[in-house]
Write a protein that binds this ligand. Structure first.
Ligand code: SF4
Length: 331
């Protein structure tokens, strides 16, 4: 079978679940010779985006560390040795100041992350809602990642004006329990459903290089591609091994497997923003260019990604310019 032709376009661009892509089809995509896979991904990319354009957004950690979850990759978990220092929830004023700075630097979206299993309804959640309203009043789009939500919280975030909610699936359903034991894959799907039902756009992706198999990578993409509503944004992270975490000595994933995974994501989700997220600081410019050619069209700007290192803003701007590409802030 000519998998290159058989699989291209197999995934629905709409919400028609009758066209659900199978995991076998996704694995077939992974096996296409890389030059052909890149051409397919470019074709899909150019049908929906200006392929020279890289979109940028900024990320601020509004509450750091002391997280009760045990995600094996995360230095914010209180289950691991050497967790990052705890910083309580930022004040609304400080978040708005960060928003003003982000806007002055050209951003039109502020992504705010809190290291929680789930937010507690009460004064803290009220402050979060105030942050959303304040960020919106600055003329910025607001994105939050706060952990698991219930229906009421999702509805209140929507009412406050939240544009995007980030909730990563991280890996395949089969591999999930090897990475996290304090919640289930189904918990993640439930929050994504609540967020979508509340009318908030979803940002959801995963982390590559946690010891998972290619089948697990295909399994993650299978879940993302078959969500009732495809995610508007998919962050693809390369594991940054953190000292003290169970994955601190994880063997690095082959660079070209990351390129393949991005290309497959682009083919499956042609109209979705694919953000090359954590891990860029360990990637050469040439590898990042390959990722963009495979269909990644977003990055985070700023030298810190929650707790992970990120290239400096000036370095990123120079890199994008050297590719003859254009860095565009979100809108
Ligand atoms: S990834 Fe999020 S939920 Fe998991 S330990 Fe880190 S901060 Fe907590």
């Amino acid at each position: 079978m000519d998998t290159a032709n058989a699989c291209f376009g197999a995934h629905p661009k709409s919400l028609d679940k009758s066209e659900s892509v199978t995991k076998r089809q996704i694995l077939d995509l992974f096996e296409i010779p890389l030059p052909d896979l890149l051409v397919q991904a470019q074709k899909a990319h150019r049908e929906h985006f200006d392929a020279r354009e890289i979109r940028a957004s900024t990320l601020v950690s509004i509450k750091t560390g002391a997280c009760t979850e045990d995600c094996a990759y995360c230095a914010q978990s209180s289950h691991h040795a050497d967790p990052v220092p705890y910083q309580p929830l930022m004040s609304v004023d400080d978040v708005l100041e960060a928003g003003r700075k982000a806007k002055a630097a050209g951003a039109t979206r502020l992504c705010m992350g809190a290291a929680w299993r789930s937010p507690r309804t009460g004064p803290q959640f009220d402050a979060v809602l105030e942050m959303v309203r304040g960020v919106k009043s600055l003329g910025l789009e607001a994105c939050m990642t706060l952990g698991m939500l219930d229906d009421e919280q999702a509805g209140r975030l929507k009412q406050a004006g939240l544009d995007y909610y980030n909730h990563n699936l991280d890996t395949s359903p089969e591999y999930y329990s090897k990475i996290i034991s304090t919640r289930t894959f189904q918990d993640r799907l439930d929050t994504i459903r609540r967020v979508q039902e509340a009318g908030i756009r979803v940002c959801s992706g995963g982390i590559l290089g946690m010891g998972e198999s290619r089948e697990d990578r295909a399994g993650l993409l299978h879940e993302l591609a078959n969500l009732p509503v495809p995610p508007e944004s998919v962050p693809i992270n390369k594991l940054m091994p953190m000292a003290g975490t169970p994955l601190s000595d994880a063997a690095p994933l082959d660079d070209l497997e990351i390129v393949r995974a991005i290309a497959v994501t682009r083919i499956l989700l042609p109209a979705t923003q694919i953000r090359l997220s954590a891990g860029r600081s360990s990637m050469s410019h040439a590898l990042q260019l390959l990722c963009f050619l495979a269909g990644a069209n977003g990055i985070f700007l700023g030298d810190q990604l929650l707790t992970a290192e990120n290239p400096s803003q000036n370095e990123d701007k120079a890199m994008i310019e050297s590719f003859g590409m254009v860095l565009r802030t979100e809108n």
